[in-house]
Design a protein around this ligand. Structure first.
Ligand SMILES: Cc1cc2nc3c(=O)[nH]c(=O)nc-3n(C[C@H](O)[C@H](O)[C@H](O)COP(=O)(O)OP(=O)(O)OC[C@H]3O[C@@H](n4cnc5c(N)ncnc54)[C@H](O)[C@@H]3O)c2cc1C
Length: 304
């Protein structure tokens, strides 16, 4: 709940760029989750900084989200402001690199590189989300991750200070996370390394990776990608499959019969269903193997 004075200050500062008591269901790929106190879509760096500073002054939590492809919001909703960077859409070549703002989608980035014959980012072709989410999650597949292509990122701090540029050497990426981000810090843009190639070669690599995904992942039903991180030396999906949980259900959520690290919404699912199935998978894998599965999907909001 945002106190009335903070609500008024936010309304005055952001005008139409903030909405209160907003649904979040459509903001997550699984299509589950309760409401957010507010949803803000600042149009530029100045408005973003003003929003963050105001939230910090009033003690209102403010959290950036991308396209919600690896995100769950508790059914009881989320306190404070959810911040969308969908208006940060600049995408261009800069001196042999690709500069992309946080709201650039993976589809657009992939198409951009394919059309210009720029190699290096093909691995991201099937990793849905926005550039900001990619960087914050250190998204990747196989032995290729965002950390391998980032040269610099631009951050606005959770208190509204910045933007500041941080070079690759000062960024601590780990498996599916960027440790250098403090809670509430916002990735505004990134400079990505690419190499000159040809549109045909880039397209061929992308098509090959997408084909592999189509064969192994349930892409025609709502999911949030991998629910669990792979434990050292193993695969979460394999452990869940070996625990006999493919096809297991809780309410409207099911462990995909195609890929056991994916949970899919079969209709009418709630976040509570997903959390119950997460707990069941963790319990069963722990009981059978002693391995502790850690969630990759980010969970925010008020636990019910
Ligand atoms: C079918 C499918 C396949 C997938 N395959 C893969 C895969 O192969 N590899 C992989 O790594 N992931 C995969 N994912 C997961 C997902 O695509 C990635 O995690 C992606 O990076 C999420 O981006 P997003 O914009 O949707 O971020 P969100 O899910 O909206 O957010 C994820 C996290 O990033 C933070 N965040 C978002 N934007 C910003 C920002 N601007 N500044 C700071 N923090 C921010 C959020 O606070 C949250 O903690 C898959 C998902 C699906 C549905």
């Amino acid at each position: 709940m945002i106190p009335a004075p903070a609500r008024e200050a936010l309304r005055q500062a952001l005008g139409g760029a903030i909405r209160f008591d907003a649904e979040t269901r459509r903001l997550t790929s699984l299509g589950v989750g309760g409401p957010a106190d507010a949803l803000a879509t600042p149009g530029d760096r100045q408005a973003l900084a003003r929003l963050l500073a105001l939230c910090a002054d009033h003690g209102v939590p403010c959290r950036p989200i991308g396209r919600g492809f690896n995100l769950l919001v508790h059914d009881a909703g989320v306190d404070g402001v959810l911040l969308l960077l969908s208006l940060f859409k600049v995408l261009e070549e800069r001196e042999g690199h690709v500069f992309a703002e946080a709201g650039v989608s993976h589809t657009r980035l992939t198409r951009f590189c394919r059309e210009r014959g720029l190699a290096g980012l093909e691995f991201g072709a099937g990793i849905p989300g926005n550039l900001g989410g990619w960087v914050a999650m250190n998204a990747g597949i196989g032995d290729r991750e965002v950390k391998d292509v980032v040269r610099e990122i631009e951050i606005v701090s959770s208190d509204g200070k910045g933007p500041r540029s941080v070079g690759r050497a000062d960024l601590e990426f780990v498996y599916r996370s960027l440790r250098s981000l403090a809670p509430g810090d916002v990735v505004v843009s990134a400079l990505l390394a690419v190499e000159p190639s040809t549109p045909q070669k880039v397209a061929a690599r992308i098509d090959e990776l997408l084909e592999r995904r189509r064969a192994t992942q349930p892409l025609d039903v709502p999911s949030c990608g991998s629910v669990f991180k792979n434990p050292p030396g193993g695969y979460a999906g394999q452990l869940i499959e070996e625990a006999g949980l493919k096809g297991a259900r809780e309410g409207g959520v099911m462990i995909s019969p195609q890929h056991a690290n994916f949970m899919v919404n079969t209709g009418g699912a709630t976040t509570g269903d997903v959390l119950a199935l997460i707990e069941r998978a963790q319990d069963e894998v722990r009981r059978q193997t002693g391995i502790e599965l850690e969630t990759e999907v980010r969970i925010i909001g008020r636990p019910s």
